[in-house]
Design a protein. Structure first.
Length: 257
């Protein structure tokens, strides 16, 4: 038989649960509202730097290289313009000539320049679109209200990434998938940083087993009405069919007045 005290405790617990769910929902709502306030129309000038490191193979077959490039960009009503300095163009030409003579020649600058093309830079200089699409596919799990990010007060939103995020063709070979996304937001919902983790294992063509892992950390900033990524660090590793490789890319964006 329920006593008056037990009834009050049950009601108190139910109220706390409802309050907690409302608080969690508020964090996601605040994030979406903040993204809506940042249409990304303000002109932007910035210097972008990319540093790459890769390692392929093992033992005598091990190949490792480091690359670094820096370019200037200008995004305005005229469109996106990228400026490559003469030193960079000279290095690219030198590596292209070396590769023509020796297909195995190292080309670190060519590898790094791929990280600062227009398709790679658009999500950095106008980050709302990619983040909004990620939220559409992610499943909200929890909110931590007393978190911190780089020493600043923040709220931490945690999401699960479902396997359906992969294409139908990719899912055909996947046996195990683990994905999660964490986003730190300010009091008004503005994104401060995020961390993505994905691990995939599976089998292709019956005999080829594979394992891959992808990790990505982003630091966000605001320039005018733009949400931008001022730092992006990604790590990719995998093994399969007797091959093994790793790659790390760090990109930074410095806004110019």
């Amino acid at each position: 038989m329920l006593t008056r005290k037990k009834v009050l405790l049950l009601l108190a617990g139910a109220c706390f649960s409802l309050f907690n769910q409302a608080a969690q929902a508020d964090g996601l709502a605040d994030l979406k509202a903040a993204l809506a306030r940042l249409p990304g129309q303000t002109p932007l000038k910035a210097i972008v730097e990319a540093k790459t490191w890769s390692r392929q193979g093992e033992g005598k077959e091990l190949e490792e290289q480091n690359g670094q490039v820096s370019i200037m960009l200008d995004d305005s009503s005229r469109g996106l313009q990228l400026l490559y300095n003469k030193d960079l163009l000279t290095r690219l030409e030198t590596e292209e000539l070396a590769r023509e003579k020796d297909p195995k020649a190292k080309t670190p600058t060519i590898a790094a320049i791929k990280e600062v093309n227009s398709s790679e830079l658009r999500p950095m200089i106008s980050a709302v679109g990619n983040l909004s699409r990620a939220l559409e596919k992610a499943i909200f799990k929890t909110e931590k209200t007393d978190a911190s990010y780089n020493g600043k007060a923040a709220r931490l939103l945690s999401f699960e990434i479902p396997v359906e995020k992969l294409s139908e063709k990719e899912r055909k070979y996947v046996k195990k998938f683990d994905g999660n996304l964490e986003i730190w937001i300010a009091a008004d919902g503005t994104p401060m940083g995020s961390r993505l983790h994905q691990a995939i294992s599976g089998r292709a063509f019956v005999v080829i087993s594979f394992d891959t892992k992808y990790e990505e950390e982003l630091v966000y900033g605001v320039s005018g009405d733009r949400l931008i990524i001022i730092k992006k660090e990604s790590k990719n590793s995998g093994s399969g069919a007797g091959e093994k490789g790793e790659m790390r890319v760090i990109k930074s964006l410095q806004v110019q007045s």
